[in-house]
Ligand binder design. Sequence first.
Ligand SMILES: Cc1cc2nc3c(=O)[nH]c(=O)nc-3n(C[C@H](O)[C@H](O)[C@H](O)COP(=O)(O)OP(=O)(O)OC[C@H]3O[C@@H](n4cnc5c(N)ncnc54)[C@H](O)[C@@H]3O)c2cc1C
Ligand code: FES
Ligand code: FES
Length: 490
Amino acid sequence: MNNLHHPNFETPLRFWHRDAVVERHHIPPDRTLLDLLREDLRLTATKEGCAAGDCGACTVVVAEAVDGCLHYRAVNSCIKPAQAIDGMALWTAADLAQSDGTLHPVQQAMVACHGSQCGFCTPGFVMSLFALYQRTVAQGQAVDSHSAHEALSGNLCRCTGYRPIVQAACSLQADAAQAVDEKPIVAALHQLAATPQTDGDYLRPITLPALLQARAQHPQAQLIAGATDAGLWITQGLRRLPQIIDLTRVAELRRVERYPQHIAIGAAVNLQDAFEALAVDRPVVAPFGERFAGWPVRQSGTLGGNVANGSPIGDSMPLLIALGAQVVLMAHRKGKVVHRHVPLDRFYTGYRQSLLAADEVLAWVVVPRPAPGEWLGAYKVSKRQEDDISAVCLAVQLHVQDGHITTARIGAGGVAATPARAVQTEAALIGQPWNETTLAAAQQAIAQEFSPLSDLRASADYRRTILGQLLRRAWLESTGYKTIRLEALA
Ligand SMILES: Cc1cc2nc3c(=O)[nH]c(=O)nc-3n(C[C@H](O)[C@H](O)[C@H](O)COP(=O)(O)OP(=O)(O)OC[C@H]3O[C@@H](n4cnc5c(N)ncnc54)[C@H](O)[C@@H]3O)c2cc1C
Ligand code: FES
Ligand code: FES
């Protein structure tokens, strides 16, 4: 560890587990929750599979108190810094059965439906089912196949096969005798939440000014939100992060604000909530959002983190570029809070580089509301339907009047060093009749506009070809063909 940057003191960690507050000291900021559980606390029910957020074996459930109720999330403990669950309640697979051995309904359903074989993945599946149970069955709702698939989308099983596990999810029945007694937990969490951490090796500011000050005072610290990218730098890149600023507790940034002309999505809003907020105006965003990673990553990762991380194969940026989104960057300079708006299509300056200055935080993603007559298509091409990264992503926003294209904005991913706007292709469309001739010209333009790479996800030729095919899909769908949803063919 770099002593030069080692902060003055270590931040204590406190969370609710098994009817009591657990308090631990001297937890390094980059210690993962999985390592805390298995190695420090010797709670070995939670398994390590990939240590990369991919397989779901390490899934645990955390809950925060929101408006007097618990808000449950399944998370990948392998990539979550342990300190990130401070002030939350935690359940692992060892916490579900009653002390007399009576199984929880989710465990009972897995037994009844033969949902386990070698069992390595089972603790993770059970925890994803527990989160689903708490969100739906415990609230009096039945689990349908769609919500079962969604809830299990971050869990891989190599030997049972998924059908019995999905059947287990769909067969879940409420058992009042095993309901979580939320009242004492909510009260305990309120007590814990009263202590924001604004100094030390793991900073958890709870207001925007405090976050900006922390960023200014600790420029060497690693800023994180959901840590679904940053967690992999620890487990896969073997990087040490001696000081972390965690922005997920900042009250102002946990909000989605809706205005007549735009919506503003705070940087602490998770991907699931962000896609749902965008889908209110643009329903096509919902199925596109479901293709982003799997449920636990969407529950932890943020839209702000996706944009700030700036991967050329990040999924949200092509969509946001097509929608004309801006980012609001904020900093604390010379005793004042300053901010600037940057259109997302001008934010990136190179491979994983952007205009974000060292003392700035991406505070908001601002997305214009749709103008009348907007047509939007958003497509992701990847090898797996769920829990996979894009080979190519394309989002197309059009306005067509009297058969002619009046506006076109196109965002593309997986085809350049940064998420990109397809300005030449837009130029080939604007003012033209929306017919097969214009489509052919646009397909030619988009094939020439980008020089994609060949890599393990796709060859350059495939990427170039698929861009044109996705434009054709947009043409078919926008000119009245039934929406082509490959998922619907299953
Ligand atoms: C299994 C798995 C599947 C994935 N699948 C996909 C996928 O399908 N599509 C996709 O696009 N991505 C995917 N990802 C990548 C990741 O989930 C996303 O990029 C996510 O949006 C990152 O958000 P975060 O909040 O976790 O960011 P973090 O990991 O916390 O941070 C990432 C980077 O962004 C910076 N940052 C975060 N928030 C801010 C802010 N507000 N201001 C300034 N800088 C900030 C951090 O400093 C860090 O450099 C996947 C990851 C995993 C582990
Ligand atoms: S161990 Fe595979 S997702 Fe955590
Ligand atoms: S039961 Fe063996 S990996 Fe799922």
